[in-house]
Design a protein around this ligand. Structure first.
Ligand SMILES: Cc1cc2nc3c(=O)[nH]c(=O)nc-3n(C[C@H](O)[C@H](O)[C@H](O)COP(=O)(O)OP(=O)(O)OC[C@H]3O[C@@H](n4cnc5c(N)ncnc54)[C@H](O)[C@@H]3O)c2cc1C
Length: 440
């Protein structure tokens, strides 16, 4: 299964590189105007590559399962972030080289006097820089997630529209009708993906609603939402996966949040998500009452033992990172799996440990050992305390690293530290799977 995923991953990367280079390749087909100086031609090449990279971002972030599944959503979003920065650098170098080639071109920056082809280029670049600043420093500029997302989406579409207007008006390499048509098709594809995300996907979600049937207060300032499909069979997910949830609003509002399933993947009639009350949306999660409509976009994610089968498992949770791991344990119990499993659960204290009773029950149904590591233990605590460090991992998690799969979900610093310790203990990198709850 993994090798099939690797093959698919390799295939997508190859297709991606071909698509990025496509506008450039088209230039070489057919008769062309006389070549200009090297710097000008080089700057056009950079602009074309940068523009197709920006266009492809729409496809990359469209949550197409076939594209995300070989890599995982977090890797895809990470790629989106880094490749955007590279695309922006290429696009910024385009005017820089144009001006180095002929310093008189600086006049094109004056949008009051410049021709429209240059005005569109300037507008697209300014919007691109706005996207970069608000994405990289969103927290520092105190922009909330939802307004940022709306701004990001609108600005990204405008960047494409203005850039294409620039390319069409310059028209240097686009004087043949078939080339104009091909560019129009590429542009159409980007718009089609945007329409799919904004209209078709929410409409499909509207056709498959869920009903909130229970709201359960949990230890650790968390709440479980139990939902049931309404008039359809629901979705099949794998233990450890997640979905984007819309509750209290329409899917067209695009005010959705990602949460891991905390229920068993074998349970199709009802699904549970467990949410820590942390921020703007999650703090009000217990205000929802049974009967409320819920919409799901998912399942997503590759953080699942179904993809990485092994004789033994070590699951390491930090705080609310327990949710996907609980789904893994509940599913394994329902399937009657008999592998050895160790759960190392880092939490503040026993009072704040979500799912204590459920884990006690799971210890009876599975070959499971639960090790709590408490940061601020109660006075009568006799177990492990502090952080999940090398000693704790050596004691509980390093007997047979070659035959063990490690699944870690928790705060970013904890995941990084644990990953480092495991590496020092001889755990192969490909045996460590991570789920990140923090996305931009
Ligand atoms: C794959 C995945 C699985 C997750 N599973 C769980 C889970 O099982 N239980 C749980 O409690 N939490 C989970 N989270 C985290 C949860 O999605 C965020 O805590 C929640 O969206 C924060 O929303 P807020 O408005 O309450 O917080 P805020 O304080 O307003 O935002 C805090 C941060 O959360 C992120 N965030 C905010 N809104 C969104 C959004 N709409 N979409 C994506 N990120 C956003 C932003 O980085 C923001 O800076 C998961 C996250 C991911 C990526």
């Amino acid at each position: 299964m993994v090798s099939k995923a690797r093959f698919r991953g390799l295939l997508f990367i190859t297709i991606y590189v071909i698509l990025v280079l496509l506008p450039l390749l088209i230039v070489f087909v057919g008769p062309n105007p006389p070549r200009r100086d090297f710097l000008t031609e080089f700057s056009v090449a950079l602009g074309f590559i940068g523009l197709s990279m920006i266009g492809l971002q729409f496809v990359i972030t469209a949550r197409v399962v076939q594209i995300t599944s070989p890599f995982g959503m977090d890797v895809v979003l990470q790629f989106h972030r880094y490749i955007s920065l590279l695309a922006v650098v290429l696009i910024l170098l385009h005017p820089v080289f144009v001006m180095i080639a002929d310093p008189d071109n600086i006049a094109l920056l004056n949008i009051f006097t410049a021709p429209w082809r240059a005005r569109f280029a300037v507008l697209a670049t300014v919007l691109l820089l706005l996207i970069v600043v608000t994405s990289v420093w969103r927290v520092q500029v105190k922009l909330k997630y939802e307004p940022w997302r709306t701004l990001h989406s609108i600005a990204a579409v405008l960047v494409i529209v203005f850039s294409l207007a620039h390319v069409y008006l310059v028209a240097h390499y686009l004087f043949q009708p078939w080339k104009q048509l091909l560019w129009a098709l590429m542009f159409g594809a980007v718009i089609a993906v945007s329409l799919y995300i904004r209209l078709i996907k929410p409409a499909l979600m509207l056709l498959k609603p869920y009903k909130l049937v229970d709201v359960i207060e949990r230890d650790g300032e968390s709440v479980s939402l139990v939902i049931e499909p309404e008039g359809h069979p629901g979705i099949e997910f794998r233990p450890g996966q997640f979905a984007w949830i819309t509750i209290g609003t329409s899917p067209f509002a695009m005010r959705e949040h990602p949460f891991s399933f905390s229920s068993s993947a074998e349970e199709r009639e009802q699904m549970e998500f467990t949410i820590k009350k942390l921020g703007d949306f999650t703090k009000k999660i217990d205000k929802f009452t049974p009967g409320e409509r819920v919409y799901l976009d998912g399942p997503y994610g590759v953080f699942t033992p179904d993809r990485y089968e092994a004789p033994n498992y070590v699951l390491i949770a930090g705080g609310i990172g327990i949710t996907p791991l609980l789904s893994i344990l509940r599913t394994k119990a329902d399937r009657g799996d008999k592998q050895d499993i160790t759960l190392i659960y880092a939490t503040k204290n026993m009072g704040g440990a979500t799912f204590k009773e459920d884990l006690e029950d799971l210890e009876k149904r599975l070959n499971l050992e639960v090790v709590y590591v408490l940061e601020e233990p109660e006075d009568d605590w006799e177990g492990e305390e502090g952080r999940v460090d090398k000693e704790i991992l050596e004691k509980y998690a390093s007997d047979t690293p070659e035959e063990t799969m490690y699944f870690i979900c928790g705060p970013q610093p904890m995941m990084e530290a644990v990953q480092e310790h495991l590496e020092k203990l001889g755990v192969p990198r490909e045996h460590v799977q991570l789920e990140q709850f923090e996305i931009v």
